[in-house]
Write a protein that binds this ligand. Sequence first.
Ligand code: GRF
Length: 202
Amino acid sequence: ARVGVLISGRGSNMAALLYASRLPDCPYDIVLVASNDPEAAGLTLATAEGVPTFAHAHKGMKRVEFDALIDEQLRAADVEFVALAGYMRLLSPEFIDKWAGRIVNIHPSLLPRYKGLDTHARALDAGDRAVGCSVHVVTAELDDGPVLRQIEVAVLPGDTAETLAARVLIAEHQLYPRALADYVMRDSTPEAKLARVREIAL
Ligand code: GRF
């Protein structure tokens, strides 16, 4: 499957997706990395790794206009699935409609807990003993679509939001490639294929 990754910054999850895609049994390829910030560090990495990039500052553009620009790039690259990886912009309902069921996101909490920002600080404030990360399907509501997979991470004595974020990030890098691979493959499992054959036969 052809995957486009949207980033706004460091791009470590994009790198995890990209390197996993180089394993021979990985069912997806990263064919485009796009950003709303031309300075995003992840773009440099993608370029060095030979992945085509697109960057355009969103400033001064209407959300729907900017998303149309991204949509155009994704289509030009024949992208089939979109993976958000630290993409710090809300997507317009128009964009989400066009890509319905084909956008996934990684979020640094055990959803449905702590949607939005500052997840680790909020978990620590709440006295949580475990935190984690989730990959979910993107719908119009922020961090709200069906959860595909999660990894739980223990809170250690003395953890701060920063130490926790660093440890959860290790889990994110394990989780995202697996969850994306499963997601793009969901239509090609023997069961799914059989169900389609039955549908045609009926
Ligand atoms: C990750 O923690 C991700 O879960 C969150 O933003 C961070 C992005 O990091 N949405 P990176 O750009 O992938 O390194």
